[in-house]
Design a protein around this ligand. Structure first.
Ligand SMILES: [Mg+2]
Length: 222
């Protein structure tokens, strides 16, 4: 049972499973590229995608844009000498349309949000604001969420203190008045602890890193 006034929550892999969405998104982007004669095998596409991601991450370290699929696909096309605006935007749209079509809330997330709907709920999440807002809308949970702080809002990603401080500022709560729950030990659990926010490490696989503050399901906090 959570007693604090506010609850700060991570989004990806905390309220829904990321992997299936991402895998299907990549497949849809690949299908788009096949139709446009950019790639013919998934392996060559995937290799280019991973290389592009690596380069974008080096240049955008600790920024929301380090996850930008538009930047990844743009880089893929540039490296292939096949760049056009139509292909960059089209592949990005294919990826996200596929991704959103697979999004589904974890059962315990529905229960959790319903139980704590009267508390102040703030999503604190890495990635660009537009995509994260669209995800929250697609999951149908906007009515439960009072504030959303993305790493694009904060100008830096978790576990940097500034993103947690911005969430406290926006919600007008002190670090003693909230708990943080997220699936990443480093970004969520340790990040929140670094500004003295009590935190839980949600580890659905059950492998414990943080011992007494590890939970395997949100149901444990009901
Ligand atoms: Mg996460």
């Amino acid at each position: 049972m959570i007693k604090t006034k506010g609850i700060f929550l991570d989004l990806d892999n905390t309220l829904y499973s990321y992997e299936e969405c991402h895998t299907f998104g990549l497949k849809c982007a690949f299908d788009f590229f096949v139709n446009q004669n950019v790639f013919s095998t998934y392996d060559s596409f995937y290799k280019s995608y991973e290389n592009a991601k690596k380069q974008v991450k080096i240049r955008n370290k600790s920024l929301a844009s380090s996850h930008s699929r538009l930047l990844y696909f743009k880089e893929v096309l540039e490296v292939q000498n096949t760049f056009s605006i139509k292909l960059a935007i089209g592949s990005t749209k294919a990826y996200w349309d596929g991704y959103f079509s697979k999004m589904k809330l974890f059962d315990d997330a529905v229960e959790f949000l319903e139980k704590y709907k009267d508390k102040l709920i703030c999503i604190v999440t890495d990635l660009t604001c537009q995509i994260q807002l669209e995800k929250i809308e697609a999951l149908g949970i906007e009515k439960y969420i009072d504030y959303i702080v993305t790493s694009e809002d904060a100008g830096i990603e978790k576990p940097h203190k500034n993103i947690f401080k911005l969430a406290l500022l926006k919600t007008d709560l002190s670090n003693q008045e909230v708990v943080f729950i997220g699936d990443s030990y480093e970004k969520d659990y340790l990040g929140a602890q670094s500004v003295n926010i009590d935190s839980y490490h949600l580890n659905r696989l059950g492998t414990s890193l943080s011992k007494n503050k590890t939970i395997s399901s949100l149901s444990e906090l009901l």
